[in-house]
Each structure stands twice: as C-alpha cells, then as structure tokens.
Design a protein around this ligand. Structure first.
Ligand code: ATP
Ligand code: MG
Length: 402
C-alpha cells in the first residue's frame, strides 16, 4: 500500500494526511450543535484537517472551503462566499431560483462568467454590506442540504480589514458575522474557522472582546500521540526511504530529538536524515540522524522552515513590544522551564514602565499560540513543547539586548 510522502509546507491531502481521525470525528460531532473554531499553534495541521473535511463531506452536507487570506473587506467576504458557492451546480440552481434581490445577478450565471457575477454582487451590497449581506446569506436557509463554510485564516481576514479600513470596520465585521451565525433558523449553516494567528491577539487589538466569538465550539488540535507519531515516522521512512527494516531505536531517536510529535517537524527531520543517509551512502543510524538535525534542520539553509514564526512578531507588535516578546521567549529557551513570576518580573524589567501589566498575559497567550511554549497549571511554569523551535531560537536569536 502506498504510504504518506513529504508535503513540507503544503496542505497534507489524501494519503499524505496521517491520522487525525479523532479530531475529524469531533469536528463533525460538534457541527451538529454549533460552529467550530479550530485552535492550534502554527503548523500543527489545521488547514490539512479542514481540507479533509472539504474533500470528504458527510452525505447530507455541502462544504465550501475558503482561504480568506486574500480578502480585505467585508464586501470581499460576502462576495467570495456567495460567488464561490456557484461552483456547486446544486447551489447554482438554488440561488437562481430563490434569492430575491439577487435573482437578476444569479440569472446571469449561465451566460456570463463568475467574475462578472462577483462584480454584480459587490455592486449590490456596496451601499449597505451589513443589511444586504445578511439578506443574501439568510436565503441559504432555504437550501435543502446542510451547508458548511470553512474559513481558513479568519484572524488574517480581520487583520486585513483592520489594515485596509480601520479597527472599527473590523469590529463591525466581527459583530455582523456573529449576527449571521445567530440568525433564527440558521442551524443548517455552520462555519468552521481557523487561522495561523491567535484570534485573541486580533480581538484585543480591535477591542472586540471574546464575546464576538463565544458561540463557537472550540476544538484544539494537538501534536500526534507517541503511538501515532511512531507509526507515522515508520511509514514515512518506509515509503520515502524505501527502507525494508527499520529498527525501533531509529524511530525513537527521531521522536526524541523532535519532542512533541508535530508532523511538520517529524517530516523535516526524516527528510533531512534520508538525504544525509543517501549522501553518505550508509544505512540510517543515530549518528546520521543527529548530524542531519544539527547541521541541516537547524542549519542556515533551513531558515525557510522556521522563519515565519519570527517574522510574525514584527507583524504583531510595535518595536518595543516586539523586543519585550523576544526577550521573554529567549528566557524560556535558555532556561528550559521558567516560573511565571520570574517571567513577569523580567517583563517589568524589560519594558521599563512603557507597557501595562496586563499586556504581559496577552503577550504570553500569543507566545503560547505561536511558539509552542506551553504553560503548566500545576507547576506554574512555561516551557517549549518542541525541542526544535527552542534550539532554533537559541542558535539564531540569542542576542536580544537585555
Ligand atoms: N495529519 C498530517 N499528516 C501529515 N503531515 C501533516 C499533517 N498535518 C500537518 N502536516 C504537516 O504540517 C504542515 C503544516 O500543516 P498545515 O498547513 O495543515 O498546518 P496549519 O496548522 O494550517 O499551519 P499554519 O498555522 O501555518 O496555517 C504540512 O505542510 C505538513 O507537512
Ligand atoms: Mg493553515
């Protein structure tokens, strides 16, 4: 049987998507009652799970997948949702017969291309996107199937609206989007949203508060279990390395180096180890894996694997706040495990009175979301979940000014 292959950076589809059965089951279950917000740090596999739901819908569901990253206004959002739906023939038929004010628009679908329909929709909502958009989306209630809209990158959309327009429009959009979900008789329509930036950060910035998203059922996507991680590494080595026999010690070594079995990091290490093995024309052993890790995975040529984690800090914060965040991450990387109180003291010391105390908890939430730093409630300490990012940080970012 063909096994999984490398898909480093792209959405893992089909045979390349390993496991995640439990998460997928939980999402379908949750969708019966409410919309779903998928939460996980960067590169854990949110988009891959969402794409699987899109490609394998339940029989009574029509699922649409939207990457909202390119949308920059509420009008873009409404237009994108409605126009893309027209790709589905059942939907096309339905829209043409039902939508009142849009009847003329959707009548055109057969004759003109979708691009023109987009322009018409945009034109139709431009004077009052809130009201017209609500009206347009509410017509979907009449559709005879369940509809699931998947919005990958919702936080990015809100951020784009904030940047292109202003915080108020972003705020209005979130309230409006909530009212769409809360409209009576809308049980048939559900939303699955996710994103690579922590939504809390954006909500805080536009002063929207979590009330705007508190109707979502939140599901966290974690790393693989040790068993699934082990089986995954084995399957990758077999399929990509054509290795007939794989010693358990080899798999253990890979898992040991990576830390929490996040598929992205497992793939990178297996990929670099197999390259190293071929280069040396040897069989795979622990030394080769170690060399691949220290020289290749953490080597300068691999910056692209991780750079996006760090550029994020610039997008999030002004210069001062970015500096403070970097200093806090560095402390966790250096110490391995850091007491919350110690970090708070360091925060006060580094920000020199320029930031209020409550910024600390926002910063730590963002750092947890993005940098695989986890908080242990029992010991009140922070530590890196995966070794890779910790060692990466220590190697390249150990020079933050005190
Ligand atoms: N179930 C999986 N099986 C195999 N590989 C996976 C799986 N999930 C994620 N990956 C790997 O991790 C990478 C990131 O996955 P994906 O893009 O789905 O994550 P994400 O959480 O959406 O990331 P981001 O936060 O950057 O948007 C993929 O390119 C793939 O290499
Ligand atoms: Mg993604």
């Amino acid at each position: 049987m063909e096994g999984p292959g490398f898909v480093i950076g792209n959405i893992a589809k089909g045979k390349d998507l390993w496991d995640r059965h439990e998460e997928i089951k939980s999402i379908w279950r949750a969708l019966e009652k409410s919309s779903v917000l998928l939460k996980a740090p960067r590169r854990f596999g949110k988009s891959s799970i969402m794409y699987h739901l899109y490609e394998n819908p339940q029989p009574d569901c029509t699922v649409f997948f939207h990457d909202t990253e390119g949308m920059k206004s509420p009008e873009d959002f409404i237009t994108g949702i409605m126009a893309n739906a027209l790709v589905d023939s059942r939907f096309k038929k339905f829209l043409k017969s039902t939508v009142k004010w849009g009847k003329n628009i959707f009548k055109l679908v057969e004759e003109v291309d979708v691009a023109e329909v987009r322009i018409k929709i945009r034109d139709g909502i431009k004077d009052n996107w809130q009201e017209k958009g609500l009206e347009l989306i509410s017509t979907l209630r009449e559709f005879d199937r369940r509809i699931i809209f998947i919005l990958d990158e919702l936080p990015m959309l809100v951020q784009n609206i904030e940047k292109k327009h202003n915080p108020q429009t972003a705020f209005d959009f979130l309230h409006w989007f909530r009212s769409v979900r809360q409209m009576p008789d809308m049980e048939k329509i559900r939303w699955i949203v996710g994103g690579s930036i922590g939504i809390e950060h954006i909500l805080e910035r536009i002063k929207a508060g979590t009330k705007t998203i508190n109707d979502f059922h939140i599901l966290s996507v974690g790393a693989f279990s040790i068993e699934d991680g082990t089986a995954y590494v084995k399957a990758l080595l077999k399929n990509e390395g054509q290795l007939a026999r794989i010693q358990p010690a080899i798999i253990e070594k890979i898992l040991d180096i990576v830390g929490a079995p996040v598929p992205y990091f497992l793939q990178i290490l297996v990929y670099e180890s197999l390259n190293e093995m071929r280069l040396k024309q040897r069989t795979l052993n622990k030394e080769i894996i170690e060399r691949a890790y220290f020289e290749k995975v953490l080597g300068p040529a691999s910056r692209t694997y991780f750079e996006h984690y760090f550029t994020r800090l610039k997008d999030y914060y002004d210069e001062h706040c970015e500096h403070v965040a970097k200093r806090l991450i560095l402390e966790v990387a250096r110490k391995g495990k850091v007491d919350k109180n110690h970090l708070f003291k360091l925060f006060r010391q580094t920000c020199k009175g320029k930031l209020t105390d409550e910024i600390f908890s926002h910063l730590m939430t963002d750092i947890e979301n993005d940098f695989y730093v986890s908080y242990s409630v029992n010991t009140k300490t922070y530590s890196f979940t995966t070794n890779v990012l910790r060692e990466w940080w220590l190697r390249y970012y150990d020079l933050v000014e005190e």
